[in-house]
Design a protein around this ligand. Structure first.
Ligand SMILES: Cc1ncc(C[n+]2csc(CCOP(=O)(O)OP(=O)(O)O)c2C)c(N)n1
Length: 336
């Protein structure tokens, strides 16, 4: 099993900075949404930063991921650009999808982010497709599918995981169990107490991990990724986590108590926990950590300014980049 002791200082600081980047990106997005500068639905990832970060720390260039409706953090941890992210949230031409994807459809194949997805569970078969392509092409890359515990009740999940299991595809299924599917507690959605148990039904390992502990997520994912690269097939990981904000911005959150939320924020904040770990072991100084917050905060401000100053796409661009072009002689229908 991968050991946290093997991680270099650079990698540990990358993990810390990535979590801070996600937190500050999301806090700023909440502010901008409240000001009416971001339209439509916005689902934030605050509180869940250790999952995306720990998973991405175990990947290598060329590996790919698929996301959910709550994917800003996945995009950022995979190497997404803050400017392109804010521009996309504003629907601007400089956005990661030229302003046509928005919060729920952020994608950037150049960094291996194959796409966030507004359909619950929608990205799971895409990751399996990517993993099948890796296997057929003889590449040693891995695909990761992120989804919520609600997503694990979708038919997509069951079909995709079964195919991946029988074909021994290099894919890792990462269920982010943040306890709620919109307003429904997970105990009311499924009788099993851990989504990881579902691995048994498909003959693959199912592992549950503390999703607030970035290093535990890293270690668990690394083991699953190594197994996938060895050709031994998929793993189902359940990362137990919690979202600190509502399901979407504007959610009145009448389904959970203030005490519950405060308990998680006070005791299970993934950034505070990692900070404690780094400081107690003298792996970083308070000054170094403070400098990260300052630098990232400036980066976020610059990115927002860039995005606000960027133009909207023009009406003549309406159908551009919306349909696929024919590739390798295979005709893919597109708008002419
Ligand atoms: C196929 C489909 N069904 C229903 C919805 C409506 N919907 C949006 S988010 C959501 C809950 C998702 O919960 P979960 O998968 O646990 O992810 P979380 O929001 O907790 O991150 C639902 C039912 C949808 N977008 N797509």
């Amino acid at each position: 099993m991968a050991q946290r002791e093997e991680l270099s200082k650079d990698k540990l600081m990358w993990m810390y900075e990535t979590m801070v980047k996600i937190r500050l990106h999301e806090n700023k997005a909440a502010e901008l949404f409240a000001q009416g500068k971001i339209k439509g639905f916005v689902h934030l990832y605050v509180g869940e930063e250790a999952v995306a970060t720990g998973v991405m720390a175990a990947l290598k260039p060329g590996d790919v991921i698929t996301g959910t409706h709550r994917s800003h953090g996945h995009y950022i941890a995979k190497g997404g650009d803050l400017k392109a992210s804010f521009a996309e949230l504003f629907g601007k031409r400089t956005g990661s999808n030229k302003g046509k994807g928005g919060s729920m459809h952020i994608a950037d194949p150049s960094i291996g982010m194959l796409g966030a997805n507004g359909m619950v569970g929608g990205g799971i078969p895409h990751a399996v497709g990517a993993a099948l392509a890796f296997k057929l092409l003889g590449k040693d890359n891995v695909a990761v599918a992120f989804f919520g515990e609600g997503g694990s009740n979708q038919q997509n999940f069951h079909e995709a995981i079964n195919l991946a299991a029988i074909w021994k595809l290099p894919v890792v299924f990462v269920c982010e169990n943040n306890l709620y599917q919109i307003s429904l507690h997970y105990s009311k959605q499924q009788l099993i107490t851990s989504v990881a148990e579902r691995g048994k039904a498909y003959g693959i390992p199912g592992v549950s991990v503390d999703g607030q502990d970035v290093l535990a997520v890293y270690e668990t994912t690394k083991e699953a990724v190594d197994r996938a690269r060895r050709g031994e097939g998929p793993t189902l990981i359940e990362a137990r986590t919690y979202r600190f904000r509502g399901h979407f911005e504007g959610d009145p959150q009448i389904y959970r108590s203030k005490d519950e939320l405060e308990w998680w924020m006070n005791n299970k904040d993934p950034i505070k926990l990692f900070e404690k770990y780094l400081l107690e072991r003298s792996m970083a100084t308070r000054e170094e950590l403070d400098a990260v917050w300052k630098r990232v905060s400036n980066e976020v401000d610059e990115a927002v300014k860039f995005a606000l100053d960027s133009p909207y796409p023009g009406p003549e661009e309406l159908y551009e980049d919306v349909f696929a072009r024919p590739t390798n002689g295979v005709l893919v229908w597109r708008w002419e």
